[in-house]
Design a protein around this ligand. Structure first.
Ligand code: APR
Ligand code: PHB
Length: 390
């Protein structure tokens, strides 16, 4: 079998790229290791930059997002027992973010792909990438006990941090950068109205907490927890108590508690692999980089990678030039590193680190105080939060 672009992975990166390519008549096949339900069962962040919303629109997958997404023109930082609002719109010339879950983004993209009759092979096991250093790459995979071969022009490695694509590149051709953080985020979803109209990022002596949401009746909350903590140790009651202790009194009083229907612990990590292109293989999204969730950049970075790669493919397939593909890695990485820096910085100012010491603690307090009282510092936060230009 043959297609133009094999896309490995049906997360947001792979699906978005597939939809955009379909829009210009380029044929794709998506190979996904898991089942559709498993992909849709993963709960991830839910804050979209305008560039991401625009790209989903271009892919024809933004109708529900426009109808149901919540437009937020500010966020609050909580410390010293009170809320400090950062007016994103006022500081960035009217820009805002849209709160809409990544699960819903994935759902909408899958629906569009199905409606267009495009091929996704779910539960494709043992995906293997061949000859991407030359002119005729191909991919093999097993489905229902039969091995298949798919020849193609290009391979898009959209298979996340644990995928096969990055691992297929010879180790000496890759440079990786990594930072682990000595704590995790315990996240809870509950069918209760959010504590605040906007997101609240709280720095408290007991640790970080975040009040987020999926809609006006569904809340997403997180608390920083020690490395190695197990989710079984966290009953709903313990979670709600801990969350409220870390919030200013008035916000804590507005938390509506209820049974959680999802509860999980995620580690925090920064990771970048360079470059993002090896001959006819391109790495996209989490396959090339991971950011800690503070600042909600993961999905937005996946979208900007897709923007650059799609522009390169469009020029290539419309016979204009290969220049866009040639600059993909450098362009994507320039934006990736700015988001890596921003999410590392947000993580540093908002969490309690086990080895900070008294000096480090005072520095953190000074930074937060400066941040909310200096227009220049607030603007730097705001313009990164709403998304740097492509
Ligand atoms: N073969 C086929 N598919 C694979 C393989 C493999 N060997 N390994 C992983 N996959 C699939 C996964 O099952 C998953 O569905 O690739 C997909 C990768 O999706 P994501 O991890 O969601 O990565 P991406 O599409 O780049 O999305 C980035 O998702 O992880 C968040 O924070 C991240 O929000 C960001 C966004
Ligand atoms: C979320 O809603 O899951 C969320 C929001 C903002 C973040 C991280 C996660 O910074």
């Amino acid at each position: 079998m043959r297609t133009q672009v094999v896309i490995v992975g049906s997360g947001p990166s792979g699906l978005l790229l597939g939809q955009l390519l379909a829009g210009i008549g380029v044929e794709t096949v998506i190979l996904e290791r898991s089942s559709r339900d498993h992909v849709l069962g993963r709960v991830r962040a839910g804050v979209l930059e305008q560039g991401t919303v625009d790209l989903l629109g271009e892919a024809g997958a933004a109708a529900r997002l426009h109808a149901e997404g919540l437009s937020h023109s500010g966020i609050s930082l909580a410390f010293d027992g009170r809320l400090h609002r950062i007016d994103l719109a006022e500081l960035t010339g009217g820009r805002h973010v849209t709160v809409y879950g990544q699960t819903e983004v994935t759902h909408d993209l899958m629906d569009r792909r199905d409606a267009a009759g495009l091929v996704t092979v779910y539960e494709a096991s043992d995906v293997a990438l061949y000859d991407f250093g030359g002119a005729a790459p191909f991919v093999t995979y097993d489905k229902d006990g039969i091995t298949h071969r798919m020849d193609c022009d290009f391979i898009a490695g959209c298979d996340g941090y644990h995928g096969v694509s990055r691992g297929s590149v010879p180790e000496r051709a890759l440079k990786t950068f990594e930072r682990q953080y000595p704590f995790g985020w315990l996240g809870v979803l509950a069918e209760v109205p959010p504590a605040d109209r906007e997101l609240v990022y709280a720095n408290h002596e007991r640790g970080f907490a975040l009040c987020s949401m999926r809609s006006t009746h569904r809340s997403r909350y997180y608390v920083q927890c020690p490395e190695g903590d197990r989710v079984e140790a966290w009953s709903d009651d313990r979670f709600w108590d801990e969350l409220r202790r870390r919030l200013p009194e008035q916000t804590a009083a507005s938390v509506t508690t209820g049974p959680s229907f999802e509860k999980s612990i995620a580690p925090l990590r920064s990771f970048v692999a360079e470059p993002m292109r090896f001959g006819r293989l391109f790495l996209v999204g989490d396959a090339a980089h991971i950011v800690p969730p503070t600042g909600a950049k993961g999905l937005n970075l996946a979208a900007s990678d897709v923007r650059y790669l799609f522009d390169g493919f469009r020029d290539f397939y419309q016979g204009k030039s290969e220049a866009g593909l040639d600059v993909y890695s450098a362009k994507a990485l320039a934006r990736v590193w700015k988001a890596v820096r921003f999410s590392w910085w947000m993580t540093n100012i908002l969490h309690r680190f086990p080895d900070t010491g008294d000096f480090g603690q005072r520095i953190q307090e000074a930074e937060l105080d400066y941040l909310v009282h200096s227009r220049a510092a607030s603007t730097a936060l705001a313009e990164n939060y709403v998304g740097l230009p492509y």
